[in-house]
Design a protein around this ligand. Structure first.
Ligand code: NAD
Length: 283
């Protein structure tokens, strides 16, 4: 594994007091020790994968779905059955399309945060994400690194496809996404995101499964680990005995003998983790 653009930083407690100000559960020394342990685990990994969720993009200003106690979380404001299901779409396709276009406009106006930029440094990793945004891809572009494979388990906001699955797809300009319209076959066009009750894209899921089964380390970032089958990948990694590092704002509920949990904002913890990791990596 290679890292780019990183300098080895051994943070002392005073530095950390600034950077880990929002960390909830550990004392300062403990956080430093946990970060050190996590960096060593990553440095030793041969087949690492990352698995991310909405929390990765939260510090860019993209609302999560079901953050505990977060009144901005999307499902605390909107009804998932109306906005993210086939039934909801057919009941009011204009409204559902407008809601996705509002999310697209928001996405066009934000930037990758320091957590995305930290993940972008991990060359050769497979990045599995539940996110439907393109912030990880953009962070790799910004960092000038080769884009590592990113597996979008729940689809993407950057594409529409025919609701009757005739095969027609269209790339979407996030800043001016088209209103509801018909496909040439007569059905509606709809966002290429996976709705409740729908299957995950088969090839993407298959590749994610293979990579997870072969992984000796999984870095889990910003997910409530509640949406299956995606969250089942974490279970597979745990059951296979892979090292699992969880970076989440609140305890994730991921348990196992080889699970190390770092509690705090990913945008603070991941850059610190990369600084420590750089000390283990060859130039
Ligand atoms: P979720 O909303 O269920 O959970 C988000 C998790 O991230 C929570 O556990 C929360 O504590 C944690 N979190 C919030 N801010 C954080 C931060 N700054 N640092 C670290 N952790 C943080 O999200 P999920 O688990 O990804 O749920 C899956 C569904 O959400 C997927 O279907 C996904 O498509 C969808 N989703 C995606 C986006 C996106 O693409 N950015 C946004 C909202 C929802």
């Amino acid at each position: 594994m290679r890292l780019s653009g990183l300098t080895c930083v051994i943070a002392d407690t005073a530095d950390s007091a600034v950077h880990v100000s929002n960390i909830l559960s550990f004392g300062l020394l403990n956080v430093n020790k946990q970060l050190e342990r996590a960096a060593k685990m990553i440095a030793d990994a041969v087949h690492p994968v990352s698995f991310s969720g909405a929390g990765l993009s939260a510090e860019s200003g993209i609302a999560t779905f079901r953050d505990r106690g977060d009144e901005d979380a999307l499902w605390s404001k909107f009804d998932p059955q109306k906005l993210a299901s086939q039934e909801g779409f057919l009941a009011d396709p204009e409204m559902v399309t407008a809601w996705y276009n509002w999310r697209r406009k928001t996405l066009s106006e934000v930037q990758p945060n320091s957590a995305h930029l930290a993940l972008a440094k991990l060359h050769g990793w497979t990045h599995i994400t539940q996110n439907v945004d393109d912030l990880l891809e953009r962070s790799m572009d910004l960092s000038g690194v080769d884009v590592s494979p990113i597996l979008h388990l729940h689809g993407t906001l950057l594409e529409d496809h025919c609701n009757a699955n005739c095969g027609h797809t269209e790339l979407i300009d996030l800043s001016c996404a088209p209103a509801l319209r018909n496909c040439d076959c007569g059905s509606y066009m709809r966002p290429s995101v996976v709705w409740f009750g729908e299957s995950l894209p088969a090839q993407v899921l298959q590749t994610a499964l293979q990579k997870t089964e072969a992984a000796d380390l999984m870095l889990v970032v910003g997910t409530s680990a509640q949406v299956y089958p995606a969250a089942g990948l974490i279970d597979i990694a745990v059951e296979k005995g892979a090292e699992v590092i969880v970076v989440n704002k609140e305890p994730s509920g991921v348990n196992g003998a080889h699970v190390l949990e770092l509690i705090g904002p990913a945008g603070e913890l991941l850059p610190q983790l990369m600084d420590r990791l750089a000390c283990y990596m060859p130039e």
